[in-house]
Design a protein around this ligand. Sequence first.
Ligand code: EPZ
Length: 423
Amino acid sequence: MVKIKNTKILINGKKRLSGHVRIAGAKNAALPELAAIILSNGEFHFRDVPEVEDIRVMFQALKNLGAEGEFHSNTVKITLPEIKSPVVPKEIVETSRASILILGPLLARNGYAKVSKPGGCAIGERKINFHIQGLQKMGAEIHEDDQHIIATAHKPLHAIDYTFPNKTVTGTENLLMAAVLTEGTTILRNCALEPEVGDLIQLLLSMGADIKGKDTDTITITGKTSLNGTVHRVIPDRIEMGTYVIAGCFQDNEIVVENAVPEYVHSLLKILEEIGVYVETGKDTIKLKTNGVFKPIDVETSPYPGFPTDLQAQLTTLLTQADGISRIKENIFNNRFQHTHELNTMGANIEVEGDISIIKGKTPLIGKTIRGTDLRASAALVLGGLIAEGQTIMENAYQLFRGYENMPRKLVQLGADVKQIEE
Ligand code: EPZ
């Protein structure tokens, strides 16, 4: 694994950005899709896999299970002929909580899975009680000590009709992957509708799974006794897409986002048009033009197709440049406003009241030394550095590399003055 723990990003702001930026494959699609290879002993070939830390961690977790393969140049070739060790150790889960996605498929294939407990994280409590509840209803015995979750299927799992109490992306994905090898017909209701869930279903169908209800909130799975390897291209990353779309709104930037799926960021594009941004979409491109004057707006995050929590921090940075008071209500996570403290250090005027951040614009930003607390907050601070007067130094920048492929290089290609330094 690349040692990127002590990385800093240096940005000299106020450079005009223009040109084309290509969006990488979706981290949050590739993560469950790599976990899905556990469901088969076949050969898999994934294309458009983003070269980011979270994926490297998942790839390592699969090797620990006994998988053989290689990951380079946005391609993963991998197979898991047999399970050598049904354990996901602490150092893997601590680096990427998404390794909880191994639990469902490993239990379905192997009848036993031992996964270290995913810790909390900077954006708030990250519960997995619905994952556990669903697997227990399928017949798994789940034992938790302070370090691990140990799931055992003393008898083969059985089909269930289960309604998620709340929408959960990885909860939907975990139970979906457990069900495709479970005899009978499982119905999962109130499922997450994120495009990444749809892409996982696309992969499972190409492996030979029997699934109805793709892109709806009710998914019906008829279990199979075995599934095949396959070739799969990962869909574009809508959060990276939204991040560069927002970067295109600042100053007199003129950015064309390529390998885009405008529909995936429809909720963001509507907000941008409402605040005065000219948005032009093509089949797989999004182009932005602004005069740098923005109206304030009230927004709230919600599950797809609503405005995504993963773009909340990045939109906050843009709204510091709006003329007036904007409010963003965060409905998904209970502590996702850490970026506001760092932005205030740079000159923003943001107050947080409960689950609402109140952004008083327009405030010029000044380059400062700041700290990336989590993946999307780090992206918001990079956007702040791009428009700030002077130099911004972002410490703890490894967070950025968990989910954004080559962000410094992509920004330099657009005309930004960004340097990555290793301590
Ligand atoms: C996925 O996380 C994404 N990660 C997150 O992206 C994203 O922010 C989140 O969905 C919401 O869209 C991946 O797909 C790998 P949830 P996930 O389960 O599945 C509560 C990024 O930046 N909940 O949909 O962990 C939970 O506490 C990351 O790329 C329960 O109460 O999110 C949260 O408040 C950050 N019990 C809410 O639901 C459960 O069993 C949504 O969580 C599960 C979730």
